[in-house]
Structure formats: structure tokens, C-alpha cells
Design a protein. Structure first.
Length: 126
């Protein structure tokens, strides 16, 4: 391709519409016609969108103890044991990240990343 052909091709590209991934969750609209937002646990139902979408608010409202997490998720006994272990597991979950977790599925992949299990307290060789 010559320099002139390349310049023409680039110039033509300016007139083509940009690619938009319509399956991108950030582009979805909710039932009210506004951009869709994540599901919120009842604990945060009254938080205005401006705060919910502010990273500072998210960090300052992390959940990190058993009582707070139990208000959001239906925990198993093994999860309670993991969260109750003194000085073993530090858990800090932003409200947004907690909203991505299925509250009733103990095998939810995001849940498995942030909620420790009691069996994790047992030492093993490997």
C-alpha cells in the first residue's frame, strides 16, 4: 500500500461509525430509560446514584464484619466460620462488589473470591 492509498484509507475510516458493543453492560438501559445500574442490597436501596457511583463513597462504606455481611448475603455455616476467625482473614467488600454476588448461591464465583471458608483455617502440605 502506498502512502497515498494509506492516507485515503485512514481518511475514509473517519466517516465510518465507531464500533459499539451493544452487549456491553455499561451501555444497557434500565426500565426507566436511564443507564442500568447494579442491583443493590436493601441496605443501600436509599443511597442516591451520585453517591453509589462515587468510588470514595464505595471505599468508605466497605463491609468487613460478619454482622454486616449477613445483612447482604445468606451465609453458610462454613462461611460464618471463615469470617469469624480472629486475626486470620481481612475482608473488605465495597457495596458495588457485594452487589455483584448472588446472595443465595454459596458457589457464586465472585463470592468465592471474597468470602473465606472455615476449611481455609486448616493447614495442609502442598
Amino acid at each position: 500500500m502506498t502512502v497515498q492509498e494509506h492516507s485515503s484509507a485512514v481518511a475514509g475510516a473517519d466517516h465510518e461509525p465507531a464500533f459499539v458493543n451493544r452487549r456491553d453492560p455499561a451501555r444497557r438501559l434500565g426500565p426507566d430509560g436511564k443507564p442500568a445500574v447494579s442491583r443493590r442490597a436493601p441496605t443501600w436501596a436509599d443511597v442516591p446514584d451520585e453517591k453509589w457511583n462515587d468510588w470514595r463513597w464505595q471505599l468508605s462504606h466497605r463491609v468487613n464484619d460478619l454482622a454486616e455481611i449477613e445483612q447482604i448475603l445468606n451465609l453458610t455455616d462454613e462461611e460464618r466460620a471463615g469470617l469469624s476467625a480472629p486475626d486470620k482473614f481481612r475482608v473488605d467488600i465495597t457495596p458495588y462488589f457485594a452487589s455483584l454476588i448472588d446472595p443465595d448461591d454459596p458457589n457464586d464465583p465472585i463470592r468465592r473470591q471474597v468470602i473465606p471458608l472455615g476449611r481455609e483455617l486448616q493447614a495442609f502440605t502442598g
